[in-house]
Design a protein. Structure first.
Length: 128
C-alpha cells in the first residue's frame, strides 16, 4: 500500500501494488535511494527478497516535481532457502541527492529545508 500522509491527521490510500500477485507474503519493507531512483526492498516471506522501484527517471511521469506520484514496478527477486523475514537497513541520510548533488527529497524531518553552503561546510570543514 502506498499511503499519502501529506495531511497526517487524514491519511489517504493512494494506491496498492503487488506486482500482479507476485508480492504476496511481505514481512518487512525498507526504503532507499540509489542515484536518482527510490526503491523499496522487501522481505517477502516464502518468495524471498524482492526489490521494487517506486520512482525512476525512465518510468515516473513528472519525476522532476517536488513529490512525484510513485510508479512502482517489481525489478528483482532473489529466492532464499527459507522465508525472508526482515531487511536490514544502513544509516539514513536526511536527504537524497542525485549524481550531480541536486537535492531530490528530504527524509525524517518535518519542516526541513536544504542546508545552505555555510551549514553544509560546517559538516566537513575544520578551521576554515
Amino acid at each position: 500500500m502506498i499511503v499519502d500522509v501529506e495531511r497526517p491527521e487524514h491519511p489517504r490510500l493512494d494506491q496498492t501494488f503487488n506486482a500482479a500477485g507476485d508480492i504476496n507474503d511481505t514481512r518487512d519493507v525498507k526504503l532507499g535511494m540509489t542515484s536518482a531512483s527510490a526503491f523499496a526492498y522487501l522481505a517477502d516471506g516464502k518468495n524471498g527478497y524482492e526489490s521494487s522501484s517506486s520512482s525512476r527517471l525512465t518510468i515516473t511521469p513528472n519525476y522532476l516535481g517536488f513529490s512525484p506520484r510513485p510508479t512502482p514496478k517489481l525489478i528483482a527477486t532473489y529466492h532464499t532457502k527459507g522465508p525472508a523475514l526482515a531487511v536490514s537497513k544502513g544509516i539514513d541520510r536526511d536527504r537524497a541527492v542525485d549524481e550531480d548533488g541536486n537535492q531530490l527529497t528530504v527524509f525524517n524531518r518535518r519542516g526541513s529545508r536544504p542546508f545552505n553552503r555555510p551549514e553544509a561546510e560546517r559538516l566537513y570543514l575544520r578551521n576554515g
